[in-house]
Design a binder for this molecule. Structure first.
Ligand SMILES: Nc1ncnc2c1ncn2[C@@H]1O[C@H](COP(=O)(O)OP(=O)(O)O)[C@@H](O)[C@H]1O
Ligand SMILES: CC(=O)N[C@@H](CCC(=O)OP(=O)(O)O)C(=O)O
Length: 308
């Protein structure tokens, strides 16, 4: 039986969520779900519950998913290899076929299915649909020298109408990071980059990036100093030092806050309910990026501002 103390603790947790519920009610939250955070079935189910919880709590969640490990597994099965430059997959036409098939045909369907076991919410779309994401060939450099990374896309336009329509209809859009090109081509956009571009276009209240580390470490790969909060300027200064997958991730957070999204978060997708803890409790977890040092992120500051 639940003791009086346990019951009070539960009630206090719910009450603690109240100012956060008030602050984020009706706000769009773009959640980037990374391929490395999707590998455990129990965590995947928990992720779907968290997303549906956000929806019932009155937020407007949009999921943008990756699937790097799943693409790698499929390439392996086909006996194909691919390499990465500056955290981006070198994408030949043959690789592009696999990327599109795995992201749109497999990973997107799995996430939609998981969410829809809780109700008729999720609708899967590709960035190609209704001109949602338009990209052009991205120029890449390694040590200052240009390198050909093939059909990797740089986002040049986002038409978020289809996502807004789904949100207005109470749905949860689940978006694959494949984009159309104005040249008639198809482009492989890093999912962190796609999520940030969509968050800016939707004027989201928050970008949440779920991955397989606690957040951004100042001392990677030692991993003892987690950075809990940093400004866009501080992040920009760190970018040249970052390695591998963290490069597109942190560039995405920077682009989001510079594009007007008030806060961007890197959270550990291996921690059950990290999204709920981040959105609805006073416990800061992971790494938060804000535009300026004095950016108000506590709901109390917001109330004072509003009711003075
Ligand atoms: N400074 C850093 N702090 C944290 N992780 C880092 C850092 N630099 C590089 N990494 C690496 O980046 C990885 C996350 O990127 P990635 O593997 O692309 O994840 P995802 O599949 O979630 O997009 C981490 O697992 C970690 O190994
Ligand atoms: C250009 C580029 O690198 N695209 C990524 C798209 C998927 C992705 O971003 O997946 P994660 O979020 O799981 O890393 C790729 O081909 O792996």
């Amino acid at each position: 039986m639940t003791s009086r103390k346990q019951a009070l603790d539960k009630a206090n947790t719910l009450i603690e969520a109240l100012p956060w519920l008030s602050r984020f009610h009706g706000k769009t939250v773009v959640v980037k779900y990374g391929g490395n955070a999707m590998t455990d079935p129990a965590l995947r189910e928990r992720f779907a519950q968290n997303i549906v919880f956000l929806r019932y709590a009155g937020l407007r969640p949009v999921v943008v998913h990756g699937g790097g490990p799943q693409i790698n597994a499929h390439l392996d099965r086909l006996g194909l290899t691919s390499s990465f430059e500056a955290g981006l997959r070198v994408t030949t036409p043959e690789t592009m076929d696999v990327v599109r098939m795995v992201l749109v045909g497999q990973v997107n369907r799995e996430i939609v299915g998981l969410i829809n076991s809780h109700g008729p919410f999720a609708v899967g779309i590709s960035g190609e649909d209704a001109h949602l994401i338009t990209a052009e060939r991205k120029a890449a450099y390694v040590d200052g020298a240009p390198v050909d990374i093939g059909q990797v896309g740089e986002v040049v336009d986002v038409q978020p109408g289809v996502v807004r329509t789904l949100l207005d209809d109470g749905r949860i859009p689940v978006v694959s990071s494949v984009a159309r090109g104005e040249d008639g081509g198809i482009y492989n956009v890093n999912a962190d980059t796609a999520a940030a571009a969509l968050a800016v276009a939707l004027e989201a209240g928050k970008l949440v990036v779920l991955t397989d580390v606690e957040g951004l470490y100042a001392d990677y790969p030692v991993c003892e100093e987690l950075i809990s909060r940093l400004t866009a300027g501080e992040l920009e200064a760190m970018l040249p030092e970052l390695s591998a997958g963290m490069v597109p991730k942190m560039e995405a957070c920077l682009a989001a806050v510079r594009g007007g999204v008030p806060q961007a978060h890197i959270l550990d997708g291996r921690t059950p309910d990290s999204m709920l803890l981040e959105v609805f409790t006073n416990d800061g977890i992971g790494t938060m990026v804000v535009a300026e040092a004095d950016e108000p992120t506590d709901p109390v500051d917001i109330y004072e501002g509003e009711f003075e």
